[in-house]
Design a protein around this ligand. Structure first.
Ligand SMILES: *Cc1c(COP(=O)(O)O)cnc(C)c1O
Length: 628
């Protein structure tokens, strides 16, 4: 049976080198041809004669030398491309996007405006539509909401942008009232702080329709007067909080600091099994409502960085307006491409049974419903440089209703003139995105990938399916792994995986101390981590790790983990549980390794068994096992 993904990667062995080299060379030559035909009548400033002078040759020699030194050093890089790499959220790159990125860089378009990127700004807007469609957002420009998305340098900035837009929206009605326009708004700040996004965007349209309305409101908005003055006028705003689970990425702390909202106002929502505990969230919202403390946004995570778990977004959506309204931002930096598994070619959501074909456990009902609920989020972060398999420097921000961008346009929409259609307004990413200059090459990479492998179950979804199946294979290996290691250690998967990330914790048999268990797992990890002084070939596998803070766990979870690992977690001697973390992205994880090993997951399990046994052997001291 042909491997449908085989053509699309350079491959662990560089198997597709012929295509890669040939196409790259062809496209580099094509670029040079384009240069030559711009104004061929001009005299070339670098003459052929010049190219034969000693000084010139010195220059080329220097370049070659430095480039060789660079690439020699780069051999100490992490071998992300190989199925022996199970660590962070990165893998081999999709070759169409990789070539697109390398080649587009030769043209160096800047996606700040079309004027400097006539081609790639269009591609970026199309990438926004491709991603929006995958999330289930509507793209019908004649209806509301109509989605809009653009690329960022990564998930961190996309999250910043989400919070920036949430604040611009949330505080807008107060600014409108301060502007004293004839719109008869309530004098009650609390009421105005609890409008829905849709209501606020309708209000913004009314303001735009009033002569001088936009300018008047601009003068009273938080973005103009600053948070200090705005809070002085509206004391309730000082209590503005963002609710996020303890599993949320640390970029949320940064975003709170950056926007001057304060890290302390990032209120932690309790989790159960590394997913938002909805009753706790509800209780938190009710308490804040009773105390008249406004909620700016709730952050749902679709694919936590540490455990790959998905928050029950459908249940969070259901809490909106009961009683508090909040902006819902979904941080799908990790899981953002998984919805491709759930969509058919027309963009319709597939029923759970058809998604489930070919999997053992995936997707749970909760995962399916959570995926369906993405379409209800106000904004979503997706990282193409993670599960999109493009080079680093590509995040994406998507808004369900593109009108929110009007609230942060550097130049108000009226500047575009009466004749400017909304389509024109939204064609200038530099005007409303947080970042300025951005590489058109990243847009080209995403675009070409999404054209070669459209974001539906039959195409891109197959790549995601492979990743999920590798995770199921490792997860299903747990009982036999536990049995094999029973004489030495206790093994546990702290949180049942939702998609393609799974963690493992160990505790040496007979040990009750958390600190000692952590020290043991750290030794295991030390054998699979990058060391600057060690050639990468000396490692069998590369992994990553994480520590779950006990304070983030509920009593029931502590009890379960304690009993599975036979650890004393009631009187712990450490703050957290250290564990191995496996991100299973590589498309060849279930390919045969050699005559002895059926696949890389099996080989990894054998490796872990050998390693743990070696580390557990009596009288071993603290040296690494021989041969490693
Ligand atoms: C990776 C990640 C981020 C940060 O994205 P960068 O691209 O590293 O800036 C944010 N949130 C989640 C859930 C992530 O996995």
């Amino acid at each position: 049976m042909a491997d449908e993904l085989a053509p699309y990667f350079l491959g662990p062995y560089g198997e597709n080198n012929d295509f890669f080299e040939k196409t790259l060379l062809e496209l580099v030559r094509d670029h040079v041809f384009w240069r030559r035909n711009f104004h061929p009548e001009d005299t070339p400033p670098i003459s052929t004669r010049e190219q034969h002078t000693a000084d010139f040759l010195d220059g080329t020699a220097k370049m070659r030398q430095e480039l060789h030194l660079l690439t020699a050093q780069l051999k100490r890089s992490v071998p992300f491309f190989h199925p022996r790499y199970l660590g962070h959220m990165v893998s081999d790159l999709l070759m169409p996007g990789l070539i697109a990125q390398l080649v587009t860089t030769l043209y160096n378009p800047n996606n700040i405006v079309e004027e400097s990127a006539p081609v790639t700004v269009q591609l970026e807007l199309e990438v926004g539509r491709q991603l929006a469609r995958m999330l289930g957002y509507s793209l019908d420009v004649k209806q509301r909401p109509c989605a809009l998305g653009h690329l960022t340098s990564g998930g961190t900035v996309a999250n910043d942008e989400g919070l920036w837009l949430a604040r611009a929206t949330k505080l807008y009605p107060l600014a409108v009232r301060d502007a004293r326009l004839d719109l008869r708004l309530s004098t009650d700040d609390w009421e105005l702080l609890n409008w829905s996004t849709a209501q606020i965007l309708e209000l913004a349209e009314q303001v735009e329709a009033l002569p001088g309305g936009v300018a008047a409101v601009k003068a009273t908005r938080v973005e103009t007067v600053g948070l200090g003055r705005f809070c002085a006028k509206h004391p309730l705003v000082a209590e503005l909080a963002v609710l996020a689970p303890g599993t949320a990425h640390y970029s949320w702390q940064k975003a709170m600091k950056l926007l001057g909202l304060g890290a302390e106002q990032l209120v932690e929502v309790p989790t159960a099994q590394a997913r938002i505990d909805v009753p706790s969230l509800q209780a938190l919202l009710e308490r804040r409502a009773a105390e008249q403390k406004p909620v700016l946004a709730v952050i749902g995570v679709y694919g936590t960085t540490e455990f790959g778990t998905l928050d029950p977004l459908h249940e969070i959506v259901a809490l909106r307006g009961k009683p508090l309204e909040f902006w819902l931002h979904v941080d799908a930096a990790w899981g953002g491409y998984l919805p491709s598994l759930f969509r058919d070619a027309s963009g319709a959501l597939l029923p759970r049974e058809s998604v489930a074909a070919g999997f053992k456990h995936f997707p749970s009902e909760r995962v399916h419903q959570s995926t369906a609920a993405l379409a209800q989020a106000d904004s979503v972060t997706v990282d193409p440089h993670k599960l999109g398999f493009v080079p680093f420097g590509a995040g994406a921000f998507l808004a369900r209703d593109r009108r929110v961008f009007d609230l942060v346009q550097q130049e108000a929409s009226y500047v575009f003139g009466a004749s400017a259609s909304p389509e024109d307004r939204y064609r200038k990413p530099g005007r409303f995105s947080l970042e300025g200059s951005r590489p058109g090459a990243a847009a080209a990479a995403c675009y070409v990938n999404h054209r070669v492998l459209p974001l539906d179950a039959a195409h891109f979804g197959r790549l995601m399916a492979r990743s999920v199946r590798a995770c199921e294979a490792l997860y299903d290996r747990l009982p036999s792994l536990t049995a094999e290691l029973a004489p030495q250690v206790r093994v546990c998967v702290p949180f049942e995986p939702d998609c393609n990330l799974v963690c493992l914790a160990f505790n040496p048999k007979g040990n009750r101390s958390l600190a000692a268990a952590n020290a043991f797992t750290r030794e295991v990890f030390a054998d699979m981590t990058v060391r600057g002084d060690l050639p990468v070939q000396l490692r069998d596998f590369y992994g990553s790790n994480t520590t779950v803070t006990l304070a983030h766990l509920g009593a029931a979870e502590l009890k379960r983990l304690g009993s599975e690992l036979e650890l004393d977690l009631e009187h712990p001697d450490a703050d957290g549980l250290f564990m191995l973390r496996h991100t299973l992205m590589n498309p060849w994880l279930l390919s045969p390794v050699n005559a002895d090993e059926a696949n890389y997951i099996e080989a990894y399990c054998h490796y872990i068994v050998d390693l743990v046994k070696a580390l557990s052997s009596p009288g071993r001291g603290h040296a690494a096992p021989a041969g490693r």
